[in-house]
Design a protein around this ligand. Structure first.
Ligand code: ADP
Ligand code: ZN
Length: 745
C-alpha cells in the first residue's frame, strides 16, 4: 500500500470492486487510475472499463493493492450522479458475501441493478398558458386546454392531453403558435408521504401491551422481536402502529413480504391506515419507478418501502425499522446466483444499521423460535424478544380441525374427495358459504403414462415428469419450463412407442379436482386459484374481488390460495392430500407441513362464523396432524425442537450444500471424485457425499451434491473456502454453494 501523499496527483490509484462472478475469501478489486474519482470517498459508484465493456463498480480503497502498481492501468470513466453508499451499507454487502460465500461482485451487482439511477435525472417539458389568445379563434379542444391551464399548475403534454381529452400534438401546436409557454424541468416524481394519523385503530389491551413493549426498544439501536400471534390476532395492526411512530420520526422503513405479487389486500390496508399507497419494490416494477425509488432511498427521503427480498439491497441512509412479515416463509430464500435468506440477511442489516427488526408470524420458523429462547436449555441465550398475541381479534375463533382417514373413507379410483368432505361441501353450499379445497399441485395431473408401453411422459432436459395442464393446453416441465402442446386425447401420442390415444393421467392437480367438483356440484360456482391462473395481475385482482364479494362458492387452490388472504365468507377448508409435504424426508418437512396446513386452515372463519378444516390423510396419527388438530402449536414446536437437537440438525448445527453441475456426466464424476479426495478432515465436521442430487439432471446439466454439517461455533465458510481452493474445477462445471440450504433437490 502506497500512501497517497507520495504520488503525484494525476497518478492516484483506487481499488474498485467489479461485478465478476469470481469467488474468493476477500473482495475482488481491481486497480484503476482514479481520474474523476481522485477525491471521491469509499463507497462511490464509479463507471470503469472492464475488458471491452464499461461496468458499474464500487470504490473500495485508495492507493494500489499492489506494492508495484501495474504501469498499464485503465482509468475510471465516470462517476455516478449519486452520493456514495454509506459505510453501513458497504459493511452489509460484505457481510452477505462472506456469509453466503457468493462473489462480492455478484452481491454488489444485485445492489447496483438500477443503473439508470446513476444518471442525472432527465428533464421534461411542461406547458402553461402563454400569450392571451383571442378566444373566438380557439378550436373547442384548444379552448379546453387553455381553460384547464388557467386553473391548474403546468403539466407535460401527455398528462395535459389526458386531463382535457385532447392530444399531445394539439398541446405542442399551441406552444408553437405561441399560445402556450414551455419550460424544461427535472423529471422527478414525488414520493407521497404516509400520514401516521390518517386512520389509527384503537388497539386492544393485549395489542397495546406489545406495542408499548417494542416501543421501549425502538430508539436503542439494534434489537430483534419475534411478533408471534395466531392469524387474525392483529399483528399487522401492531406493527402498523410502530411504522406510524417511525414515520413521525422522519425515518425510512423496510417491510419485507414473501410474495409481493399477491399483496393487494395488504396494500389497501396500508392505504386505509396511512392515506397513501406504500412504495412497492420488486423485480418487475418499471425502470422509471426503480430509478426514482433508488435515488430517494440514497437521498434519505422518509419513506416506507414494501418489497420482496430484493428490497433488502436498497441504499437506505436513514433506516429506522425493518419488518419481516410471515418470517417463516421459504420464499425468503433465494436460490439463484447469490443464495441468501432474506430474513436472516435482514436481521444482519438491522444489526449493522443499528435499528430494530420485527419478525411477524403465526407459525414461527424453528430458527426464530429457538432464537426467541424457546425450547432450549439455559445454555442457549435468548437473542430475540418474544411477543405473543393469542386471541383472534373480535372473538373470531380458530377453525376446528378434523382428520379424515383415507384408509377408511377412500374416494373411488380417479376421484380425490372423500364422502366426509363431500358432505361438508354440501352443507357449506347449502348455508351459502364458501369453501376452499387446498391441493398443492398445479395443472391437471402430475404424471402421464402410456397404457401401451408403460413409458412416462418426461422432460428431455431434466429428470422429471411432465405435468399435464389442460387449461393452458400443454405438458410442462416445472423445473425448466419446457412445454409441449397437449393434443386431444385420441391423438395424444406416446413419445416412446408412438401409440396414439393411450396416454393416461395419474394423480390429481387442481384442474382435475375442479373437474370432480364440477361433476359433483354442477350448480356451484368454482374457480382454480394457482400461479397459472393468477399469472396476470388484472386477472388475479378480479378473481380476488369475486371471491371476496362472495361470487365464488368453491375455491380450488394451491399454496397461493392458502396464504394470507382474508376471505370473509369462507368457512370450510378441505385439504386434499395432507401427507403431500411430508414425503421426501426434507429436514423441514414437518415444520413446513405444519405451517402451510395451519395457514390453510386459518383461511376458514376469519370473521365471526365458526370455521372448520378437514384434512385428508393416510396417516392421521402423525404427530404433525395431532398437533394441528389439538391446536397445540407450542407443543409441536417443542417436540420438533427436541427432535432437531437430538439429531444434531439446524438450528442446533449448521448445514451447507455443495452442488456440482455440468453437461458431461463423466467429467462431473471426476471432479466429484477429486473433491471427495480433498475433503477436509475436521473434528465434528461431517461431509456426506458425493451423491447424485434427487433431481439428478436439470436443464441438461447433471448434478452431484455434498452436504456438510458443522457445529455452529465452527467457521464453516472458512473450511469450505479452503476445500474448494484445493480442487481445480474446469470451467464447464459450475459449483454452487448453499449455506443453510432449504431445498435439498
Ligand atoms: P394478523 O396480522 O395477526 O393476521 P390482522 O392485523 O390482519 O391480524 O388483524 C385481523 C383483522 O382484525 C383485520 O381485519 C384487522 O383490521 C382487525 N383488527 C385487528 N386488531 C384490531 C383492532 N384493535 N381494532 C380493529 N380491528 C382490528
Ligand atoms: Zn425440464
Amino acid at each position: 500500500m502506497t500512501a497517497d501523499s507520495q504520488m503525484p496527483e494525476q497518478q492516484k490509484i483506487i481499488q474498485v470492486a467489479v461485478p465478476l462472478p469470481v469467488r474468493g475469501e476477500g473482495l475482488l478489486c481491481y486497480d484503476y487510475l482514479a481520474g474523476p474519482a481522485a477525491d471521491s470517498p469509499i463507497g462511490t459508484i464509479v463507471h470503469v472499463p472492464l475488458g471491452s465493456r464499461l461496468v458499474w463498480g464500487l470504490l473500495m480503497g485508495h492507493g494500489s493493492s499492489d506494492d508495484v502498481p501495474s504501469p498499464r492501468l485503465k482509468e475510471v470513466a465516470a462517476l455516478a450522479d449519486s452520493p456514495p453508499l454509506t459505510e453501513a451499507h458497504l459493511r452489509f454487502l460484505k457481510a452477505v458475501a462472506s456469509w453466503t460465500m457468493a462473489p462480492f461482485g455478484m452481491v454488489m451487482r444485485m445492489m447496483l441493478s438500477t443503473p439508470s439511477a446513476f444518471q442525472p435525472p432527465a428533464t421534461e417539458t411542461i406547458y402553461h398558458v402563454g400569450q392571451r389568445a383571442d378566444e373566438t379563434q380557439l378550436t373547442p379542444k384548444r379552448q379546453r386546454i387553455w381553460s384547464f391551464l388557467e386553473a391548474n399548475p403546468p403539466l407535460p403534454a401527455k398528462e395535459l392531453a389526458q386531463e382535457t381529452g385532447t392530444s399531445p400534438a394539439i398541446v405542442k401546436a399551441m406552444a408553437k403558435a405561441g399560445l402556450l409557454e414551455s419550460y424544461e424541468v427535472p423529471k422527478q416524481a414525488i414520493i407521497a408521504q404516509p400520514n401516521p394519523d390518517h386512520k389509527p385503530v384503537t388497539l386492544t389491551a393485549a395489542q397495546q401491551e406489545v406495542v408499548a413493549g417494542i416501543k421501549g426498544h425502538l430508539l436503542s439501536g439494534y434489537s430483534a422481536h419475534l411478533l408471534d400471534g395466531v392469524t387474525g390476532s392483529g399483528k399487522t395492526e401492531v406493527y402498523f402502529e410502530l411504522v406510524a411512530d417511525q414515520i413521525r420520526a422522519g425515518k425510512q422503513l423496510m417491510i419485507l413480504l414473501p410474495e409481493i405479487a399477491l399483496t393487494a389486500a395488504w396494500q389497501s390496508r396500508f392505504e386505509a391506515r396511512f392515506g397513501v399507497k406504500p412504495v412497492i419494490w420488486h423485480s418487475s416494477i418499471s425502470p422509471a419507478k426503480r430509478r426514482h425509488i433508488w435515488r430517494a432511498c440514497l437521498a434519505g427521503e422518509p419513506m416506507v418501502v414494501v418489497g420482496a427480498r430484493s428490497a433488502l439491497f436498497l441504499p437506505f441512509t436513514s433506516l429506522g425499522l425493518i419488518i419481516i412479515d410471515e418470517e417463516h416463509e421459504a420464499a425468503f430464500k433465494q436460490e439463484d446466483m447469490v443464495f441468501y435468506h432474506a430474513r436472516d440477511m435482514a436481521v444482519q442489516r438491522a444489526y449493522i444499521e443499528a435499528v430494530p427488526v420485527i419478525l411477524a408470524t403465526a407459525t414461527p420458523s424453528l430458527e426464530s423460535w429457538v432464537n426467541a429462547g424457546q425450547g432450549t436449555d439455559a445454555r442457549q441465550s435468548q437473542r430475540y424478544h418474544h411477543w405473543q398475541l393469542s386471541d383472534r381479534h373480535g372473538g373470531a375463533r380458530l377453525p376446528q380441525i378434523e382428520m379424515i382417514d383415507l384408509k377408511r373413507d377412500k374416494p373411488a379410483a380417479g376421484k380425490w374427495l372423500s364422502a366426509h368432505l363431500v358432505e361438508a361441501l354440501q352443507e357449506t353450499l347449502a348455508a351459502g358459504k364458501q369453501s376452499l379445497l387446498y391441493l398443492n399441485r398445479r395443472g391437471y395431473a402430475p404424471l402421464s403414462i402410456c397404457e401401451s408401453c408403460g413409458a412416462k411422459a418426461t422432460c428431455q432436459a431434466c429428470d422429471s415428469w411432465l405435468v399435464t395442464h389442460r387449461l393452458s393446453g400443454a405438458r410442462q416441465c416445472h423445473h425448466c419450463g419446457f412445454r409441449t402442446p397437449l393434443r386431444p386425447p385420441a391423438e395424444d401420442q406416446c413419445d416412446d412407442c408412438g401409440a396414439k390415444g393411450q396416454m393416461r393421467a395419474y394423480g390429481p392437480g387442481v384442474e382435475r379436482l375442479a373437474e370432480e367438483v364440477g361433476h359433483l356440484f354442477p350448480e356451484a360456482r368454482y374457480c382454480v386459484f394457482s400461479s397459472d391462473t393468477m399469472a396476470r395481475p388484472e386477472i388475479a385482482a378480479e378473481m380476488l374481488r369475486a371471491i371476496t364479494e362472495g361470487e365464488v362458492d368453491i375455491i380450488i387452490g394451491t399454496q397461493m390460495a392458502a396464504k394470507g388472504h382474508h376471505f370473509p365468507n369462507l368457512t370450510l377448508v378441505g385439504v386434499i392430500d395432507a401427507d403431500l409435504g411430508l414425503a421426501g424426508g426434507d429436514l423441514r418437512a414437518a415444520e413446513r407441513t405444519y405451517q402451510i396446513l395451519s395457514q390453510a386452515a386459518g383461511r376458514a372463519g376469519r370473521t365471526s362464523t365458526d370455521g372448520r378444516a378437514m384434512l385428508q390423510s393416510y396417516e392421521p396419527d402423525n404427530a404433525v396432524f395431532k398437533a394441528l388438530a389439538s391446536g397445540d402449536r407450542d407443543r409441536f414446536l417443542a417436540l420438533e425442537t427436541e427432535l432437531r437437537e437430538q439429531a444434531e440438525m439446524p438450528p442446533f448445527t449448521r448445514l451447507a450444500a455443495l452442488i456440482l453441475q455440468g453437461p458431461d456426466e463423466h467429467q462431473l464424476l471426476q471432479v466429484a471424485k477429486a473433491m471427495a479426495e480433498a475433503k477436509p478432515q475436521f473434528q465434528q465436521v461431517d461431509i456426506w457425499g458425493p451423491t447424485p442430487a434427487p433431481i439428478a439432471r436439470i436443464r441438461g446439466r447433471h448434478r452431484i451434491r455434498f452436504l456438510i454439517r458443522s457445529p455452529k461455533k465452527v467457521n464453516l465458510q472458512q473450511i469450505l473456502h479452503g476445500w474448494v481452493a484445493d480442487v481445480k474445477i474446469p470451467s464447464q462445471i459450475h459449483l454452487q454453494i448453499d449455506i443453510d440450504p432449504y431445498s435439498f433437490l
